[in-house]
Design a protein around this ligand. Structure first.
Ligand code: RIB
Length: 334
């Protein structure tokens, strides 16, 4: 049975983070603690992760991470999880932001190849097989999965997540639902809409209007919220499912703060991701939670596994989404 970082931490009566610091940033740790940890490492015969050791052989001690939008707290938490996991093995994360732009995504893949990173964790702007199957560097897809499963992936079941969101609105008695999303070329957005449609099909008489925006940002959400607020009451949706929390925050701002619509009385709003400040908005937002930190950690584990055994079949992890109900969808039907 191999000795883990946790075993060393327990033996030295320190945290796993302290063990990681002793291994990677000993200058940040008290000398007595460094000595105690090294004594535990020697006593237990701890050996760093084999894949991590291979990572360092002849290549940079780093992994590339390319996200769709570095301003989105969801991806910041994914990056944090990846960094925490990689640091346990002395590996750093280099972050790139594609901004949903294929040219930028391709440029970062080129850069990370030149930097000789050991692999790249990628949230693709779309699931273009040709690019992803010929990346020329070990890849793990974050938040996406190729239909043929040829590349390791970690994601959340976004169809189930979209279903949870709209089923919740329908249970409130809402019947005129607007889906406020980003480009439907982004698989996460398309899957959430597919789940929404599946929930809607179970309630005769309910309607779903699709509002496709160019980006999943607070600004675009606020503009959509204002447009919704300006509609005559009889034409206005009574609920919004926003494809992520940034859009939901924007819809809340545009419809309620600027447009004067009452949330949830006139308009229930639910988002997706459950980012930290979804609970801090003027009307705390209901959302569909993704385990962002776990997604980041798991992506690194999948890359280590692929590097340790290149011939093995690609691994896939799919997390379940979780409905989180707050004030923006609480209360009686419209
Ligand atoms: O980037 C768009 C969305 O996809 C993010 O908010 C997150 O939900 C990701 O899955």
């Amino acid at each position: 049975m191999s000795v883990s970082v946790k075993d060393v931490a327990a033996a030295a009566s320190v945290s796993v983070g302290t063990v990681s610091n002793v291994l990677n940033r000993p200058d940040k740790v008290a000398p007595a603690t460094v000595a105690r940890v090294h004594a535990a490492i020697e006593k237990l015969g701890f050996v760093r992760n084999d894949a991590a050791r291979q990572l360092r052989a002849g290549r940079s001690r780093s992994i590339g991470l390319i996200v769709l939008d570095s301003a989105n707290p969801f991806f910041a938490e994914v990056a944090r999880g990846a960094e925490e996991r990689a640091a346990l093995d002395g590996i750093s994360i280099l972050l790139g932001n594609s901004d949903q732009n294929p040219v930028r995504e391709s440029a970062y893949l080129d850069l990370f190849r030149e930097q000789r990173v050991n692999g790249v964790l990628l949230t693709p702007h779309d699931l273009d097989n040709a690019v992803l199957l010929n990346a020329g560097i070990p890849l793990v897809l974050v938040d996406g999965e190729l239909p043929g499963g040829q590349v390791p992936s970690v994601a959340v079941d976004d169809v189930e997540g979209g279903y949870l969101a709209v089923a919740h609105l329908l249970e409130l008695g809402r019947r005129r639902i607007a889906f406020v999303g980003g480009p439907l070329s982004i698989r996460q957005v398309a899957d959430r809409l597919a789940g929404a449609r599946r929930a809607l099909a179970e309630v005769p008489g309910a309607s779903l209007e699709v509002i496709e925006l160019e980006a999943l940002t607070v600004l675009r959400g606020s503009e959509a919220g204002e447009r919704i607020a300006r509609l005559p009451a009889e034409e206005r949706p009574d609920a919004v499912f926003a494809a992520n929390d940034l859009l939901a925050v924007g819809v809340l701002q545009g419809a309620a703060i600027i447009g004067g619509i009452r949330v949830p009385d006139d308009l229930a709003i639910i988002g997706y991701d459950d980012i930290d400040f979804a609970q801090s908005t003027v009307v705390p937002l209901s959302s569909v939670r993704q385990p962002a930190n776990d997604i980041g950690r798991t992506a690194v584990d999948l890359l280590f596994a692929a590097l340790a055994d290149p011939g093995a079949a690609p691994q896939h992890v799919r997390f379940r989404p979780e409905l989180v109900v707050r004030a923006s969808t609480a209360g009686a039907p419209a």
